[in-house]
Design a protein around this ligand. Structure first.
Ligand SMILES: [Zn+2]
Ligand SMILES: [Zn+2]
Length: 339
């Protein structure tokens, strides 16, 4: 059998197309991955709606991939056929630009994005550069490993590089695809973990995920509530709501940092006096490299952090994508593929 099933988009705003394609061959420095699961990320909208500059169609999206190496291209060392691997948002780097020469591969100016610059995981097979592979620990099933490759690494890496120390107050704003993982990581990293969500109904879940405190932002001023706890050293803003994110700056402690790993459509509006008087900052966070993803997988296996997922087969990609877009999914929709 030389063909495979794939789900592709062939024009901006186009519908999902289930197609038979030739199974791709790995080139030099690449491996072929037999995909077992692929999470659906909100960023897949960039492909679906053609919002990424220079995007070429047709394109198979998907950058929360878990599977097994199925074939090795020439020159690949350190990886073996049959090995369980993940491929995430970071789809490789050039090794020769100035950022790469500094060792900051995530900031490579020629970096590639899986499922955007080349075909991703909404297919039975995909090809990835060996530099984009993360080893998956045995105890993580593919459907749980997939979401760690974008949602997981983004929040894990943001928190572990945030400067917060054990016992510091760390708030996670939004209990969704990113936030439900952020709360678990914050707790497991030893932070005083505060979940900030809309409505009282999210409280039991936030507590179950490990939050020491829950703040209902609909019930009052979330920033004031954070100040009652001394202010948050870090606020991880995972809900893409510019107004809500902006309002949280006043909930930061002295030297506190508001970290933004997910893009809101509207600009943030921040009170500069609040930044100055408390030496506070607002900063973006960008995903991570394959090694960051591997460390995310390892920490998650070690600490019991797991995504909450809904699983659908590849054939139901349109329905799965709709679950994600509608915000009804609890919390990550994963396509089960092959095996
Ligand atoms: Zn993503
Ligand atoms: Zn580079």
């Amino acid at each position: 059998m030389n063909t495979m099933k794939a789900a592709q988009i062939s024009k901006p705003g186009g519908k999902w197309e289930l197609v038979e394609r030739d199974i791709p061959q790995p080139g030099a420095g690449q491996v072929r991955v037999k995909v077992e699961a692929c999470g659906i990320c909100h960023s897949d909208v960039l492909v679906k709606e053609g919002q990424w500059p220079g995007l070429q169609f047709p394109r198979v999206p998907g950058h929360e991939i878990a599977g097994r190496i199925d074939a090795l291209g020439s020159g690949v060392t350190g990886w073996g056929s049959g090995q369980r691997v993940g491929v995430g948002w970071h789809g490789g780097h050039c090794f020769h630009c100035e950022q790469c020469r500094r060792g900051d591969f995530a900031m490579c100016i020629n970096r590639k994005i899986t499922g955007v610059d080349f075909d991703g995981g909404y297919a039975e097979y995909m090809v990835a550069p060996a530099a984009a592979l993360a080893a998956i620990p045995d105890e993580l099933p593919a459907q749980e490993a997939g979401p760690f490759m974008c949602a997981g690494v983004t929040v894990f890496n943001a928190l572990r590089n945030s400067g917060a120390r054990s016992g510091d107050v760390v708030a996670v704003h939004g209990i969704g695809g990113l936030g439900h993982l952020g709360v678990q990581y914050a707790r497991q990293m030893g932070f005083m973990t505060v979940a900030v969500g809309r409505g009282k109904d999210k409280e039991p879940l936030a507590k179950k995920l490990g939050a020491h405190r829950y703040i209902d932002s609909d019930a009052g001023d979330a920033a004031a509530e954070l100040q009652k706890l001394g202010g948050a050293r870090v606020i991880l803003a995972t809900a893409p709501n510019a107004k809500a994110i902006s309002a949280l700056v006043d909930g930061l402690s002295v030297d506190g940092k508001l970290l933004v790993p997910a893009a809101a459509a509207e600009p943030l509006t921040v009170n500069a006096i609040s930044l100055i008087m408390g030496r506070r900052s607002v900063a973006g966070w960008y995903s991570g490299t394959a090694m960051d993803s591997q460390e995310t997988l390892r920490f998650s296996a070690l600490s019991g952090v797991r995504p909450m997922t809904e699983t659908l087969p590849l054939e139901r990609v349109a329905e799965a994508y709709e679950r994600m877009i509608s915000g009804k999914a609890r919390f990550r929709v994963v396509l089960a593929i092959g095996a």
